[in-house]
Design a protein around this ligand. Structure first.
Ligand code: GDP
Length: 440
């Protein structure tokens, strides 16, 4: 589970408020110490932790009694909002050039995943219907050029190379001209990484930036390095001027310090995150979803996004009004099937992060069973699952028509209602409405 330790640490803060009637200076003292400790252990930088804790305390004491909302839930909500603010609030979109190719310059230390990001980005843009070209500007390691060429082939994007004898700024310029000639939409320029910051690297980056006039200058940083990542973003921004960061290896057991510190420390947003070694594992950085994950609600919203867009919008409306029915359920299982890999989706469902291949096969079989059962329902029953919940006769008929047991039918119905509850809980927090207790 991503940021699992942080999640657990924060949970102990809410737990200390169970049974309280209202938040007071006295009864938040201990929970606030827990929050402070959890953030420090997650490797969030100390000044950031101080400001965060101060702001949460101030709001918590002033919040007063809200009918129907328990103090621990109030604190969860305040922390949730503050976490989002800390990470920059809104998602920070990439900018595109108004005319001519958009140029993205990538910088980063060695081993952070920069070359991988080049190819992932290309694949990401291709999915949006944009044409792409990669430019191999790392002239110090022939292996780097080879690696980029191989990855470019893998995602089916041209790679501009000029060997190791040409100056990086010249390669960049030539690559850009080539892309312009070919009407390429986005040019992604890879640069040399070093083991640590040095003047030669910075000078070279400045040089490349000057000739390219890039639309985006993105620093790739490794989530595993915690607050060090935030410090790097600050330094690169001061030295060469960057537009944002890409945080990689968020799938590893990073503690959260980088995701939480970068914006606050450097003033520059995290624009994208890498969550695995596959080409598809790159996505925008959504502060609200990240905050949701940190608070242990899983990644239901990312899951929703994976579904086709129009379906997702429709579905979200339904989730909010708790009208999620068997037609939606069916749509969802079919989307899962279309996506090919159940395992990946399952990993995003709260509480289901650790599954074995055998469990995945089991899940795939379950999905097929579900489909057969839902298909045996009448349209009315699909829309109003209550009809089935109330009627053993109807359940029996569905069981018979689908060739499944009555127990399987009942289980599926129970599952739908559980999903409704879970989604409603999640939306409650997202919308700032009534708040869930997060312990389960
Ligand atoms: P570079 O030196 O910055 O160009 O780094 P590379 O792109 O060569 O990546 C270094 C290693 O990190 C490779 O083994 C990548 O497969 C791996 N890597 C890159 N991004 C991710 C990520 O998001 N998650 C994980 N788990 N591994 C990654």
């Amino acid at each position: 589970e991503m940021f699992g330790q942080l999640t657990t640490g924060l949970e102990s803060a809410w737990n200390k408020l169970k049974g309280e009637e209202v938040l007071t200076k006295d009864n938040i003292a201990e929970p606030m110490r827990d929050i402070r400790r959890a953030l420090l252990e997650a490797d969030v930088s100390l000044p950031v932790v101080r400001r965060f804790v101060q702001s949460v305390s101030d709001q918590a004491v002033g919040v007063g009694v809200v009918r129907g909302v328990k103090p621990d839930q109030q604190l969860v909500k305040i922390v949730y909002d503050e976490l989002i603010k800390l990470m920059g609030g809104e998602v920070s979109e990439l900018t595109f050039a108004k005319s001519g190719p958009t140029v993205i310059l990538l910088a980063g230390l060695q081993g952070v995943g920069k070359t991988t990001v080049c190819a992932k980005l290309a694949s990401y843009f291709k999915k949006q219907g944009k044409s792409c070209m990669l430019v191999a500007g790392d002239v110090y390691r022939p292996a780097a050029i080879d690696q980029l060429t191989i990855l470019g082939k893998q995602v089916n994007v041209p790679v501009y190379t000029a060997g190791t004898d040409v100056k990086p700024s010249d390669i960049a310029k030539q690559g850009f001209e080539e892309a312009k000639k070919k009407n390429i939409d986005v040019v992604i320029v890879d640069t040399a990484g070093r083991l640590q910051i040095d003047k030669a690297m910075m000078d070279e980056l400045k040089d490349v930036k000057r000739v390219l006039n890039p639309t985006e200058v993105l620093l790739v940083v490794d989530a595993m390095t915690g607050q060090e990542a935030a410090a790097l973003v600050t330094t690169f921004n001061l030295e060469i001027g960057i537009t944002g960061a890409i945080l990689t290896k968020l799938d590893g057991d990073s503690r959260g310090g980088a995701a939480l510190s970068v914006k606050e420390v450097s003033g520059k947003p995290i624009k994208l995150v890498g969550r695995g070694e596959r080409m598809e594992d790159l996505e925008p950085f959504y502060p609200d979803r990240m905050a949701g994950r940190i608070l242990g609600m899983g990644d239901v919203l990312s899951f929703v996004e994976k579904m086709q867009q129009e379906e997702a919008e429709d579905l979200q409306k339904k989730i909010m009004s708790a009208k999620f029915d068997f037609n939606d359920f069916l749509k969802q299982t079919r989307t899962v099937a279309k996506m090919g890999s159940v395992s990946r989706v399952i990993g995003m469902i709260p509480g289901m992060a650790k599954v074995t291949p055998a469990q995945i096969r089991e899940a795939e079989k379950n999905l097929q069973n579900m489909e057969v059962i839902i298909e045996a329902m009448t349209p009315e029953e699909r829309e109003k699952p209550e009809l089935l919940a109330e009627s053993p006769i109807k359940r029996k008929r569905v069981a018979k028509d689908s060739g499944k047991t009555e127990q399987q039918v009942s289980q599926l119905i129970a599952q739908l209602f559980q999903m409704r509850v879970r989604m409603k809980k999640l939306m409650g927090v997202m919308e700032g409405g009534s708040l869930p207790t997060l312990s389960n």
